[in-house]
Design a binder for this molecule. Sequence first.
Ligand code: EPU
Length: 337
Amino acid sequence: MQLHTNQDLSSSNTLQLRSQAEHYVELHTPEDLHSLINDSQIRKMTWKILGGGSNLVLPFKVQGLVLKVANQGWSLINEDADHWFVKAQAGDVWNEFVQWTLTQGYWGLENLSLIPGTVGAAPIQNIGAYGVEVKDSLWEVTCLDLQSGEKKVFSNKECHFSYRDSFFKQEGAGKYLIWDVTFRLPKKSTLRLEYGDIRKEVERQGWSLDARSVSKAVINIRQSKLPDPKVIGNAGSFFKNPIVAQELRDQLLATYPNLVSFPYEQGQFKLAAGWLIDRAGWKGKQLGPVGMYEKQALVLVNHGGATADDVWELAHQVALDVKNKFAVDIEPEPIRW
Ligand code: EPU
């Protein structure tokens, strides 16, 4: 294990912000973490955990120590009559793992194809797309305690998952490092086609209706709407879809009959933040080096040379405008370091 200083992070964050870590280390084994914990100098530093950098807004200089989780490898670890249990390491690239499950005939992750980031980051914000969330098939998460280095296993329930949220973003934030994730995937495939244009895309291509086709359809749809972070810096959806009371949703619907909303828990409704931002006039609009993407208003893009301040200034203006026009608060999805 090698400790680096002034490590460039510009290509380790999908928003492509210029950034440098004061200290940086890659973890391959739990023992690597133990050595860091046992080093009194290193212990004094502020620690930050880096996965795929796809949900992060980085400052120009990250003080303290950045730990890049670099363990890799996935395998089938168990099965019962109806399920396969597969384990992936936190450092694995999410989509590569998803594609492997599909080649093996382990179903259930197809709707989550092509989401950027790592396996370890997936439970933190309970990644989701096309009617499926990671919590739907996650069995358990193995963590390393950042104080003691000890392993601790969290069941699905203990992860307190909700829409783009979990224990690891709330009470557990800064306390644990996710080391591996186990999924329970059904032997019999149940396709979820109701969301968006998945069924239409499979039919348009003339593919047979199965999980691998759903994955290919999701990839096509994502590629047509979302910018490739290697080409244009972005962090996927920049805001969460807001959850509002039925009363506000009904008021808005009276003024905007084509408002996009979905029933959520306990009489609440989820609104499409992309729709609100679009209607507020921000789609394709630029503010300095950053802007809201021309094909999907929910995605904040870096046209080149942006800083974290540029990102937050645009996010602030967009959120303020949405609040003034619709009386709805929208909250950023990425984490700010
Ligand atoms: N819409 C507009 N204008 C826009 C963008 C969207 O009117 O510029 C409308 C669409 O027409 C649609 C609705 O808003 O009626 C929802 O749009 P879309 O289906 O594209 O999904 P989303 O709610 O914007 C969410 C997730 C995405 C995920 C897609 C597909 C969040 C914050 N985002 O986006 O996740 O891929 O659904 O399931 O929940 C991510 O989190 O980074 C991400 C990309």
